[in-house]
Design a protein around this ligand. Structure first.
Ligand SMILES: [Zn+2]
Length: 487
């Protein structure tokens, strides 16, 4: 969309200047014309603001009415029943069967699943210990897709570094046949997790026999955090595991002090052929052309095999489908369809979302209007993270302003929308992700600690109210959210 379609208006911001002279009060009005890039027609602004009472109704029903606490209760039943749900596991497939039946039972429409192939990696017996300079246990978690060690394990001398750069500068002869320990400083999730993603590859290039990587977390009480990793093409596949922040720092200190550090590592992990999993779909069908301009609400159902995936991403998945259910029960059926998709295979790299994108590609421009996702925790919501062009942003900002009753009007733009919906957002579709008070998210992420105690019933209620309100308004507006699709 551009040129004539792109309407520009001018916001008038009036500044009132009061002047007091003798007994008279003279009010002088100074009109300051501030050209804001965000300019919508008066009609559209009024239309959007007209949804104020709908937001109040949704919020009141969910926070104070019969839906209060329901998301937490359902999520608890689900995680207690299935525990962790790693791609390739029976537990994930059984949980998908359960969800499909539950969604039908709860009255959602067009409930079905759509197939997607996902990796199938098995975590076997895993153990590590410090051999030199003293004996001690090292807590590890193998990284998804890692190969195992030879039977009986390996013992190797350690080379410890903070950065990839430090490793690259070392002569190959100093790394060959050794175990590389990476102890990157926490610089946010993306930067730190890049060591998890390609630590094994970089170590292997230098001839190392294994890679142990500091967990991607800003805070630790001695727990390793798992996650996925990939081997670059052509490198020898060596075992890769995460260790605790405490151990990574200690090993780096010992190494830098000139100690000979030796580690024993045993991992019986291995990869099997990919298996067929499923994305789980349910809807509240729109009153006009149900298969066009659909608004997607989403989270992923798969998790790692540690913890129970309550936070990553049970909460995100459950607020997505519960929002659809609550709207239906409140009698709020919008013009366009709201579709909840519970993605599969996210943790290994958006396998479910990528397959869904591929199978829906032919008519995607007509089929999809807006994508919403929650995958960074469901703590207290503060707003939404928006991706889209300027015109879409203008509409979205007006919608977000209506979330004041939930204290969730914060607007941000991410570097990379997603994770799952980045498959569309990075190609010009508009969308948004939940912003929440998740400063402790990475404390629990991909650990045994990702369990129900992390989830708060009231926060989940506010999250689902935000999702339901936003999805309803976008699905009911007289206009589609503009997009510029690149391929
Ligand atoms: Zn996740």
């Amino acid at each position: 969309m551009h040129g004539s379609m792109f309407l520009r208006f001018v916001f008038i911001i009036s500044a009132m200047v009061l002047q007091i002279a003798s007994s008279n009060v003279i009010v002088e009005k100074i009109e300051e014309k501030v050209e804001n890039e965000c300019n919508l027609s008066e009609d559209l602004i009024n239309e959007i603001r007209g949804y104020k009472n709908v937001v109040l109704k949704i919020t009141d029903h969910i926070l104070n009415g019969k839906f209060k606490g329901e998301v937490h209760k359902s999520l608890q039943t689900f995680t207690d029943k299935f525990g962790s749900r790693m791609a390739g596991s029976d537990s994930l497939e059984k949980s998908i069967d359960y969800m499909e039946a539950l969604l039908k039972n709860e009255g959602l429409e067009n409930v079905h699943t759509e197939e997607a192939k996902v990796p199938h990696w098995i975590r076997g017996f895993e153990a590590a210990s410090l051999v030199l300079p003293r004996k001690a246990k090292i807590e590890i978690l193998g990284l998804g897709t890692s190969v195992g060690t030879p039977r009986g394990g390996i013992i190797g001398e350690v080379v410890a570094v903070r950065t990839f750069d430090e490793l690259r500068k070392l002569p190959d002869s100093e790394v060959k046949g050794k175990i590389v320990v990476f102890a990157p400083t926490w610089q946010g999730y993306g930067a730190t997790a890049s060591y998890r993603g390609s630590g094994a590859t970089e170590a292997s290039k230098k001839g190392a026999i294994a890679a142990l990587i500091r967990s991607a977390t800003p805070f630790s009480i001695g727990s390793p955090h798992t996650g996925s990793q990939t081997y670059a093409q052509g490198v020898r596949k060596i075992p890769a595991a995460c260790i605790t922040v405490e151990d990574a720092e200690m090993i780096l200190r010992m190494y830098n002090e000139g100690e000979t550090v030796q580690i024993r590592l045993e991992m019986d992990d291995y990869n099997l052929e990919p298996v067929t999993s499923r994305n789980t779909v349910s809807e509240l069908q729109g009153t006009k052309s149900p298969n066009k301009s659909v608004v997607i609400l989403s989270g992923h159902l798969d998790s790692w095999d540690v913890g129970v995936g309550a936070m990553d991403d049970g909460g995100g998945a459950f607020i997505s489908w519960k929002a659809v259910k609550f709207l239906k029960e409140m009698g709020l059926r919008p013009k366009r369809t709201i579709r909840s998709v519970l993605w599969t295979g996210e943790e290994y790299g958006y396998y479910g979302a990528k397959e869904y994108q591929r199978t829906h590609k032919e008519n995607e421009a007509e089929e999809f209007n807006f994508f919403i996702e929650s995958d960074t925790g469901t703590f207290d919501p503060v707003g939404l993270d928006f991706t889209g062009n300027k015109e879409a942003e203008c509409i979205f900002r007006e919608v977000l302003n209506l979330m004041a009753p939930l204290n969730a009007t914060q607007f941000e733009t991410p570097a990379d929308g997603g994770p799952d919906i980045s498959v569309w957002l990075n190609r010009g579709f508009p969308g948004a992700s939940l912003l929440n008070k998740n400063d402790k998210y990475f404390w629990f992420h991909h650990t045994e600690g990702d369990r129900m105690l992390v989830e708060d019933p009231d926060s989940l209620d506010r999250c689902v109210a935000l999702f339901a309100s936003t999805a309803y308004i976008i699905a009911d507006l007289s206009v589609d959210i503009p997009k510029e699709i690149k391929n």
